[in-house]
Write a protein that binds this ligand. Structure first.
Ligand code: ASP
Length: 596
């Protein structure tokens, strides 16, 4: 090969205009066919694929090598570009009108027999894909996902730099920043018995940057959250993290809208209209039963309290009397059998409802339903009118506490809705509550404890209903990220800790350093974080974020490729002052594989 560069052209970029040129290509053998002694290879590199023809009669040496080539060998090819013979062009390949007639083929690196086919057609078990991720990444779909991710991040940076933001890195070995998950801890060797936390987010550091006079901050930040099993989460993930001082909510939303417009322009070639619609949390819950509504289709929730006020139907009357609600959706013309309707009932129950009442509207405005006989004429008319229902429509109604009805109707709505798969519905949900009730009845921050309440007094007197300046970005029913206006007054910050039951001493020991920082002329500030993996996965039409992360972990936090996490050697443990107790203690260093 001498000093000549290995490659003169990228395989996927050759076109008819290159006809007659001598080119040197380097890439992988994506396929090899032997047609009557003539070899047809498809050579793939990062730019795409091109057909290479080797005719042993014309070139016996190249023919010898071609004979032994196997899929995924890494090769270099020298040859002339020529038009494919009449009628053999491949319209599915951008290079499909030409081929390269090889005069020389060199094997740069052979490949073992493959654990799976490197194409988008074969379905491969995910653990196998992750075990040989480097091969999986050669598949066109994964390669395209990595490109999309890189371009998306580049577009984010472009937009933010244009808007005057500055990229600042914050540390990853830190003291805990609470975002509602468990910390991933790292033991300190120099201080045995002490631990760093990996950041759940750069939250407090970006706030310190505001105090430090950085007025517009951003970072492509790796975050670590040890959450209980949830299908579309990863232990580590990447956020676009931003913060600005002398800023309010609308400044944040407008800056991010520009970022999203830039990303969509680049990845989808479309211009999104701004501003995105805004819904308050309350409106979102009332109309869609969720704080991340999919607005690609209608079927909004209607309240039937007025229709059933004073009803003789005992089930509904009892619930309304005890402060519950009766709400439903018009699922449209479904033509469901009894068992189909029962299946919807199971979905509602799966979301926590005790029962689902269904009504099919008949010609003449009567209702078919197991409970129709309990309803008065006015109630039937009221139902039909509230849902603007026409004959054939199926009405799905749930009666219970509002907190039970909302998720049940959300689940049903998502199940029966027909979203346009090409539509992109970005929206903001604003004015979240400051706190939410945890399972044990205690209050927890709905966002995080650094979020500014609308009204400090109200937060003290009625914490369960107090609203905050927290907001979420939602796309097609998925939460893309959240942010808030932050507390910049140390007294208000203390008050939040107090309501959360974090006593002064504890607040002092956990957050004293931060409370102190707030006392040095903290500017009002606000920010946001967008989940990059989630955004790109939706834009790429991928069902989960693992398809967008080059080296993700399984849902049990394992990496089938490197077998992380592993045990530590006795020496390492001794240095760290750690002893492993319980089941794991007997495992060899390097041998633990919790994925089993
Ligand atoms: N820390 C983020 C913010 O409020 C939110 C998050 O990380 O989820 O900016």
């Amino acid at each position: 090969m001498g000093d000549q560069p290995l490659r003169s052209d990228k395989a996927g970029e050759l076109r008819v205009a290159d006809e007659g040129r001598q080119v040197r290509l380097a890439g992988w053998v994506a396929s090899r066919r032997d047609l009557g002694g003539v070899y047809f290879l498809v050579i793939r590199d990062a730019s795409g694929r091109v057909q290479v023809v080797i005719d042993p009669q014309a070139d016996p040496a190249a023919g010898e090598i071609a004979k032994d080539l196997r899929d995924e060998y890494c090769v270099a090819v020298t040859g002339g570009v020529r038009r494919r013979p009449e009628g053999t062009a491949n319209p599915d390949m951008p290079t499909g009108e030409i081929e390269v007639a090889a005069s020389q083929v060199t094997v740069l690196s052979p490949a073992d027999p493959l654990p799976f086919q490197i194409d988008d057609r074969s379905e491969v078990d995910e653990t196998r894909r992750l075990k040989w991720r480097y091969l999986d990444l050669r598949r066109p779909r994964m390669a395209a996902n990595l490109v999309a991710r890189s371009r998306g991040v580049a577009a984010m940076r472009r937009s933010l730099e244009r808007q005057g933001f500055m990229e600042v890195e914050t540390p990853t070995l830190i003291r805990s920043t609470p975002e509602g998950a468990r910390d991933v801890l790292v033991p300190s060797r120099l201080r045995p018995g002490s631990f760093y936390a990996l950041p759940q987010s750069p939250q407090l550091f970006k706030q310190l940057l505001m105090i430090g006079g950085v007025e517009r901050y951003y970072q492509i930040a790796r975050c670590y959250r040890d959450e209980d099993f949830r299908s579309d989460r990863q232990l580590e993930f990447t956020q676009l993290d931003i913060e600005g001082s002398f800023w309010g909510r609308d400044d944040v939303l407008e800056a991010l809208e520009q970022v999203i417009v830039e990303v969509l322009g680049d990845l989808r070639g479309i211009h999104l209209e701004t501003p995105f619609p805004r819904l308050t949390y309350r409106e979102s819950m009332d109309r869609y039963g969720t704080d991340k509504p999919d607005t690609r289709f209608g079927m909004e929730i209607r309240d039937l309290g007025a229709v059933f006020a004073g009803t003789g139907f005992r089930a509904f009357a009892g619930i309304l009397d005890s402060g519950g609600v009766v709400r439903g959706i018009n699922a449209g013309p479904r033509g469901l059998s009894r068992s189909g309707l029962d299946a919807l009932g199971e979905i509602a129950k799966g979301a926590g409802a005790k029962a689902l009442a269904w009504f099919v509207v008949e010609e003449g405005g009567t209702l078919r339903s197991p409970v129709a006989k309990f309803l008065g004429e006015a109630e039937v008319a009221g139902l039909v009118e509230t849902f603007a229902a026409v004959p054939g429509d199926t009405l799905l109604v749930v009666a219970d506490d509002a907190g039970v009805v909302a998720p049940a109707l959300d689940r049903l709505r998502r199940h029966v809705g027909h979203p346009d798969p090409d539509a992109l519905r970005f929206l903001w949900v604003i004015d979240f509550p400051v706190f939410e009730k945890a399972a044990d009845g205690s209050l927890a921050p709905a966002h995080h404890p650094f979020t500014s309440p609308h009204d400090v007094d109200e937060m003290g007197s009625d914490p369960e209903h107090a609203l905050s300046h927290a907001y979420d970005l939602v796309l097609n029913g998925s939460e893309l990220g959240s942010g808030s206006v932050r507390i910049h007054d140390p007294a208000v910050q203390r008050r939040v800790f107090e309501i959360l039951g974090i006593a002064d001493e504890e607040a002092e020991s956990r957050f004293g350093w931060f409370l102190e920082a707030l006392r040095y002329g903290t500017p009002p500030h606000a920010g946001f974080a967008v989940g990059i993996d989630r955004l790109v996965s939706i834009l790429q039409g991928e069902p989960n974020i693992r398809e967008i992360i080059p080296f993700p972990k399984t849902q049990t936090g394992a990496d089938p490729l490197t077998q992380a996490p592993t045990g530590a050697s006795a020496e390492q443990l001794a240095e760290l002052g750690l002893a492993v107790v319980g089941e794991a203690a007997g495992e060899e260093a390097g041998g633990a594989d919790p994925a089993g």
